[in-house]
Design a protein around this ligand. Structure first.
Ligand code: T4K
Length: 370
């Protein structure tokens, strides 16, 4: 593929198909507020994701804000989350006047470590926000047990797990709510967009109020809602992209195998291991570089790739506890030194999308095996 080669490349529908649906919008002049294309996409996604409740949002961050708002958590109460995530996860907690408390990650999966979560629980804890980071599923059973034991709400940031299942069950049905991102960099996207899913049909009404200013009808406003509405242009892209997801995922599966061919046995390189019973989303391809065993650091590799026009990304470095607003906050861990502090210097996401061709793979292979 022509360089530069980026970590992500959005799928795009045929331009003519897009224009055809844009013409429908020009005819109707319905541009937003739950138009017909929005309704069609919402239904199609509920079906595709296998969720009883699924409401579209204008982006994943607003969806996260609203998912937290749903539960009227006590202001100032603590919400346990992972430091190894995109800024939006922690910021959504803070924007709700809640206090993020960071717990360590499991070295094997890089998702929240349940034992560290348990250790972080205090009398002030009201919820857990766990992230299925890179597409790896959290330990949903252990987290549910902790949430039950301490009467906490459990919300999943599912931005990276579009279409995943755990033992045949849709990933968006775990916990009290799940939040997807449909940003341009995601496997399935609507330019910008997101969705809250839950396993309870009765949640649709309250999520709908949060998304649309709390408006019930022309005479009544019943909640402090926000403007989280997706517009018809986003919905067009979503409707046309949905059938493109399966072939794109297949291309990424083949790419994962091609990367695995030369990375699996390299000393000092660790890949995400397959999770029995979990169908992967194929969102990211992270690897962990142990400099002492590999001989070069993650940053060396990143630089060498950049020198040939390949822009791998150090997601998620810096981690949340390095950001100004959270600097100095501890990472609660059952280990002497939090694993998140170690892995942030070692993790690298390779370009992972259908545009990465054999020549790119060969170039990446040369950088790793020279
Ligand atoms: N929770 C988690 C765990 C998340 O990862 C995210 C978002 C959220 C919540 C919040 O969801 P949203 O509110 O975003 O729906 C990107 C994305 O902006 C962000 O959505 C994503 N996570 C995060 C992991 O990655 P950047 O700053 O890395 O994006 P950027 O612009 O550097 O894009 C990466 C590469 O993708 C570019 O080098 C080129 C390519 N690209 C990007 C865009 C935007 C394209 O080819 N076309 C494009 O339009 O944050």
């Amino acid at each position: 593929m022509p360089r530069p080669l980026y970590v992500a490349r959005p799928i795009l529908p045929e331009r003519d198909d897009f224009i055809r649906l844009v013409d429908e919008v020009w005819q109707s002049r319905v541009l937003s507020n739950g138009g017909p294309l929005h309704q069609r996409l919402e239904e199609a996604l509920r079906d595709h994701l296998g969720v009883p409740t699924g409401l579209l949002f204008n982006n994943g961050t607003i969806a996260l804000l609203c998912a937290l708002k749903m539960f009227s958590l006590p202001p100032g109460s603590e919400v346990i989350t992972t430091p190894l995530t995109f800024a939006a996860t922690a910021h959504a907690i803070t924007w709700n006047n809640l206090v993020p408390v960071f717990a360590d990650i499991d070295p094997r999966t890089l998702t929240l470590c349940p034992a560290s979560v348990e250790k972080a629980v205090t009398a002030r804890t009201s919820a857990i926000v766990a992230v299925h980071v890179y597409g790896t599923a959290c330990d949903v059973e252990a987290l549910a047990a902790i949430a039950d034991r301490h009467d906490l709400r459990l919300i999943y940031d599912s931005a990276h797990v579009f279409g995943s299942t755990i033992d045949g069950r849709a990933i968006g049905t775990f916990g009290d709510a799940s939040v997807f991102s449909f940003h341009a960099t995601k496997l399935f996207h609507t330019l910008e967009g997101g969705m809250i899913t839950t396993n309870r049909p009765e949640d649709a009404e309250s999520i709908g109020y949060l998304r649309n200013f709390g408006i019930k009808n022309e005479d009544e406003v019943v909640a402090v809602g926000i403007n989280g509405k997706m517009n018809e242009m986003q919905a067009i892209v979503g409707l046309l992209n949905l059938p493109l997801v399966a072939p794109e995922r297949d291309r990424r599966r083949r790419l994962r195998a091609a990367f695995g061919d030369f990375l699996t046995d390299l000393p000092g390189i660790t890949l995400q291991s397959e999770q029995p019973g979990v169908t992967g989303s194929e969102q990211y391809f992270p690897l962990v570089v142990d400099e002492t065993r590999f001989g070069r650091s993650r940053d060396d590799i990143c630089r060498e790739l950049r020198d040939i026009g390949i822009f791998a990304r150090r997601y998620f470095h810096p981690i949340c506890t390095d950001f100004g607003p959270y600097r100095g906050k501890p990472i609660v861990s059952t280990r002497p030194h939090p694993h998140a502090e170690i892995v942030k210097h070692r993790v690298l996401c390779l370009p992972f999308h259908g545009g990465v061709d054999d020549e790119d793979v060969a170039d990446i292979r040369r950088v790793f095996t020279r």
